[in-house]
Design a protein around this ligand. Structure first.
Ligand code: NDP
Length: 290
């Protein structure tokens, strides 16, 4: 807890990160483009650095959390900023290509670099509920893990700097799919006077039950073999047709079920109707421009 740290970027998230370091007892140096955003943290014991260069020298690691990667490159790429010998942990949201490119850029300038993704809102930072994903060299993560743990539950995903960004968007895909499926069902039930709160516990049970299938289905995907152990895709496609027809019959939006059915229909047309649901990975793995 006596490891000095630096936080660059004091927006809603950066202020939460710096506050968590302070509460954990780390000497914390802060810098923000708009200086006044440091006031509260300075009152709480943070040291304001006059320049980015000074901020980088103060900490044995520097967490960067600004709007996007262009902002990261703009502020760390300024001519008076020396990155050589620094340890950067970039928790700014971005895509995997930006993360890999920024890792190469930082390495060329002599910095060690971990990329990260924050799967939490600012009030959760500093608690175990805040999941923070890291990718980059394992040794750099291990060297700073104890310090980073002041921010939340930290995980190292692998050496590829793009992994944190990819897990981040994979999590978003899961979140929106679960929520949209629930909204579809809620809209259907509301046509019969069932309110959302009545359906929610039932929906939660279904979501949790389906989640149990994932490890087994993952084995099928990894082995590239999809025997229909429980049901065949063409059976699922008939149920999809029921969902589309019922939605249309009661005047509920059927766009999403139609989209899902179109993917299954393509897979069946390609000869996969007798295989099990995860064979659809082939539809997801193929880029489509439309
Ligand atoms: P804010 O809009 O509150 O803060 C943005 C920060 O970026 C400010 O400190 C701003 O400085 C700084 N900034 C932007 N452009 C530049 C630049 N060109 N040069 C220097 N500084 C710059 O955003 P958040 O703090 O909420 O988000 C920060 C990152 O954290 C984002 O990538 C976001 O996706 C991620 N995140 C946020 C979550 C949230 O719930 N808030 C959740 C998970 C991830 P200034 O004050 O001078 O404008």
């Amino acid at each position: 807890t006596d490891t000095p740290v630096t936080v660059i970027g004091l927006g809603l998230m950066g202020r939460a990160l710096a506050g968590a370091f302070l509460r954990a007892g780390h000497p914390t140096t802060v810098w923000n483009r708009t200086v006044s955003k440091a006031d509260r943290l300075v009152a709480d014991g943070a040291r304001p650095a006059p320049t980015v260069g000074d901020a980088l020298k103060a900490g044995s690691l520097t967490v960067v959390c600004v709007t996007d990667y262009p902002a990261v490159r703009e502020l760390l790429g300024a001519s008076d900023v020396e990155l050589d010998g620094t340890m950067l942990v970039n928790l700014t949201s971005g895509d995997s290509a930006q993360a890999r490119e920024t890792a190469r850029w930082a390495r060329r300038r002599g910095a060690r670099y971990l990329d990260g993704a924050i799967m939490a809102v600012p009030p959760a930072i500093g608690t175990a509920e805040a999941v923070i994903l890291h990718s980059g060299p394992q040794t750099d993560f291990e060297a700073h893990k104890a310090t980073l743990e002041a921010l939340g539950t930290v995980t190292h995903l692998g050496a590829d700097h793009g992994l944190a960004a990819l897990y981040d968007v994979a999590g978003l895909a899961m979140m929106w799919s679960v929520l949209n499926a629930w909204l579809q069902g809620t809209a259907l039930l509301r046509t019969a006077g069932v309110d959302a709160a009545t359906y929610a516990p039932f929906a939660r049970q279904i979501a949790a039950g389906v989640a149990e299938w994932l490890p087994g289905y993952a084995e099928q995907i990894d082995s590239g073999s999809f025997p229909a152990e429980v049901s065949a895709l063409e059976t699922d496609a008939r149920a999809m047709a029921h969902l589309v027809e019922e939605s249309e019959a009661v005047g509920v939006n059927a766009e999403l079920p139609k989209l899902i059915k179109a993917m299954a229909d393509r897979s069946i047309a390609a000869g996969h109707g007798g295989e099990q649901y995860p064979v659809l990975i082939e539809e997801f793995s193929r880029a489509r421009g439309d």
